[in-house]
Design a protein around this ligand. Structure first.
Ligand code: BG6
Length: 467
């Protein structure tokens, strides 16, 4: 008997900027990524999402492949500037129609859409004219955008997520300067992040006021942190890392408040986040229906007396990643006994069981969807076939780890590998592949099923028994 419930949502995920292409088609406005990726030195070898997998023009072919794969659900995101090209004003009906047609196509095959409202592509106009996430004005703008989504798709979409990985787009966007708008300032990062939580709470409130029939959640990175040794310093550093990486991002949406100790630390040291009247109540009254978790790796943590920086491996040259961290607080270090990908991400499936159970312990038995999980690799092509056996091995172990968490009582309702198809990795270009479907760049972006495609087909058919 399968440990997975019979209505378990076996899916796969993508995101608009990474897959759609058509960056200026049919009235779409520019996003922050359309602009940023064209600035010299920002992305791996200047790669960008101008064309990507051209899913915008080929979505029917892609959905047919999803159906062939047997997917029960598809997680995608909407490009905000495709719907609202300018800061204010007219809705771009061609953009609305694209997602409407996509949703209809999915439903035609019985594939449940899971819609993410914000997977990092902000209308550039909102950045230029109001200052993006640093401005409170963005809260109204986001609510207006959410309202349009509910009005146009609320009759067909039942699973909604407001934001994808706030830690990444605010952390890399405002703290390490590696994502747009390229700012490096902890104070600005924390305040921008606060506006995201408030925009989320407002969108949840509107969802409920409008009586949209469905569930609404938030998607976070799920990254368990473990101390590299049992020394008091490392354990303390690790607790702080877990509070910063996990509690700061989960508490506001699942408890409706920030972790008190860390909030006090941030407000004392930096004077942020600044609350406006009503913020605390809004957060408290708009807890999520579910949490989406994106799991790739665990991080080992040590006390940090030397490292101050965030140099990541974006080339796929194993071992080129450096230790990263904040001096005086903590650093992320390599596990000498760990298995690593070519991008120096630790492969640690037990961490998925572990992290789910940590969520379960802290927030109760909240419904969980694994909204991303996957292996980024340069897939070998042998005699024209894409033999991505390491991906199969990675996914198998993580599906087993998900099953373990279900056995322990966690309410896990779906599993969406990243990604359905090969797509753009923000900072790592097209060479970091994740998909079940390969894109032949040299052959007009022709789609080709990888070895993992047939394997996942069997997993879905057997409801997770045949791994
Ligand atoms: C998550 C994002 O951070 O991980 C995806 O939600 C991203 O958009 C994925 O592509 C994998 O990360 P990377 O850096 O390997 O592309």
């Amino acid at each position: 008997m399968s440990v997975f419930p019979k209505d378990f949502l076996w899916g796969a995920a993508t995101a608009s900027y990474q897959v759609e292409g058509a960056h200026d088609a049919d009235g779409k406005g520019l996003s922050n990524w359309d602009v940023y990726s064209h600035l010299p030195g920002t992305t791996y070898m200047g790669t960008n999402g101008d064309v990507a997998a051209d899913h915008y023009h080929r979505f029917k072919e892609d959905v047919a492949l999803m159906a062939e794969l047997g997917m029960k659900s598809y997680r995608f995101s909407v490009s905000w500037p495709r719907l609202f090209p300018k800061r204010r004003g007219e809705v771009n009906e061609a953009g609305v129609k694209f997602y409407s047609d996509l949703i209809d196509e999915l439903l035609k095959y019985g594939i449940e859409p899971m819609l993410t409202m914000y997977h990092w592509d902000l209308p550039q106009a909102l950045q230029d004219e109001i200052g993006g996430w640093e401005s409170r004005e963005i809260i109204d703008a986001f609510e207006g955008y959410a309202r349009l989504l509910y009005e146009r798709y609320g009759d067909r979409v039942k699973l909604w997520a407001t934001f994808n990985e706030t830690i990444v787009f605010t952390g890399l966007g405002y703290l390490t300067g590696m994502h747009p708008p390229g700012v490096k300032d902890p104070k600005r990062a924390i305040q921008a992040c606060h506006h995201v939580f408030i925009a989320h709470a407002r969108a949840v409130e509107t969802f409920r006021k409008m009586g949209v029939q469905g569930q609404i959640g938030f998607v976070n990175v799920l990254q368990p942190n473990d101390p590299i040794t049992n020394s008091a310093e490392d354990v303390k550093a690790c607790e702080l890392a877990e509070a910063c990486f996990t509690h700061w991002f989960y508490d506001p949406v699942l408890k409706g408040e920030y972790p008190a100790e860390l909030l006090a630390m941030a407000q004392t040291a930096l004077g942020v986040p600044v609350f406006a009247p009503g913020d605390a109540e809004l957060m408290k009254n708009n807890i999520c229906d579910f949490i989406g978790v994106n799991y790739y790796k665990r991080e080992m943590v040590a006390a940090n007396y030397d490292v101050d920086g965030f140099e990541m491996n974006t080339s796929g040259q194993k071992g080129s990643g450096k230790e990263l961290g904040w001096k005086g607080l903590f650093k992320l270090v390599r596990n000498p006994n760990g298995r690593y990908t070519d991008w120096d991400w630790e492969i640690y499936p037990e961490g998925l069981t572990d992290a789910i159970m940590r969520i379960n312990k802290r927030y109760g038995n909240v419904p969980i969807y694994i909204t991303e999980n996957g292996l980024g690799a340069k897939d070998p092509i042998v005699n024209g076939e894409v033999l991505d056996q390491p991906r199969i091995d990675y996914l198998r172990e993580h599906i087993q780890a998900t099953g373990e968490a279900i056995k322990l009582g966690a309410d896990v309702r779906g599993y969406y590998p990243w990604s359905f198809i090969d797509l753009l990795s923000w900072l790592n270009g097209y060479q970091k592949q994740y998909g079940f479907v390969y894109i032949d760049q040299a052959n007009g972006l022709a789609r080709k099923k990888k070895l993992s495609f047939g394997w996942y087909q069997d997993v879905i058919r057997s409801n997770g028994e045949k791994l």
